[in-house]
Write a protein that binds this ligand. Structure first.
Ligand SMILES: CC(C)(COP(=O)(O)OP(=O)(O)OC[C@H]1O[C@@H](n2cnc3c(N)ncnc32)[C@H](O)[C@@H]1OP(=O)(O)O)[C@@H](O)C(=O)NCCC(=O)NCCS
Length: 183
């Protein structure tokens, strides 16, 4: 499969449907952790995961998205994607991610998000990058914060977490700000 090195241990593998069973198994092992934050987990099955990956591959061919599996020392540990959003004068990329609990707290996702931002700005026609996360999702919000995003918006009551309303935090990063950062 087509892979890109992030560092000595981490690789990004272009989305494919060869690993779906393995990914499904990891997602189900992490179901309880992931479900509050990721809507798809509750109804996930092999068929709808395959459909999603096929759709992401089509979008990749049209330069509208890049979805990658994360491999750590060759093992599947999570996924990261960036999707270009257009229409009504908008031109931004939205990032999503998840990691198996066994591999949290090693900086893996921060490195992979850094890589996907580089790739997004290089290959997708976007001016900025957006990460949306629930205010209660401290681990997720820490990633854009760590990477220098601005907290541009808070939408109150937009999410339900643990049966209670939560605020959606919208973190953004402009292409020019990223350029300055990586110089
Ligand atoms: C969101 C999620 C991917 C974050 O995982 P994470 O392990 O906290 O993130 P990273 O892999 O970037 O690791 C960062 C942690 O490793 C530490 N770390 C160690 N080495 C590091 C390095 N070289 N670079 C950055 N951080 C490093 C950091 O200090 C941080 O720990 P801290 O939060 O205790 O300070 C994970 O919690 C998850 O999958 N959650 C469920 C799904 C989800 O919420 N998805 C997002 C929906 S919006």
């Amino acid at each position: 499969m087509f892979r890109l090195k992030v560092d000595e241990d981490i690789e990004l593998e272009l989305v494919n449907t060869f690993r779906t069973q393995e990914i499904y198994d990891v997602a189900m092992k992490n179901k309880e952790r992931l479900e509050p934050w990721l809507l798809w987990v509750k109804s996930a099955n092999i068929d709808n995961m395959n459909e999603f990956y096929e759709d992401m591959l089509k979008k990749y061919a049209k330069k509208r998205a890049l979805c990658c599996f994360i491999l750590y020392k060759g093992d599947f540990v999570g996924a990261v994607d960036i999707s270009a959003k257009g229409g009504y004068g908008t031109k931004y990329g939205e990032i999503g991610y998840w990691l198996s609990g066994d591999y949290e707290k090693r900086g893996i996702m921060t490195k992979c998000v850094t890589k996907i931002i580089d790739l997004g700005f290089e290959h997708l026609d976007i001016n900025s990058v957006v990460i949306r996360c629930a205010s209660k999702n401290k681990n997720s919000c820490a990633i854009p914060k760590r990477l220098g995003f601005s907290l541009d918006g808070k939408i109150r009551g937009q999410l339900i977490v643990d049966n209670k309303e939560d605020t959606m935090h919208i973190w953004t990063l402009l292409r020019d700000e990223w350029r300055i950062k990586i110089k």
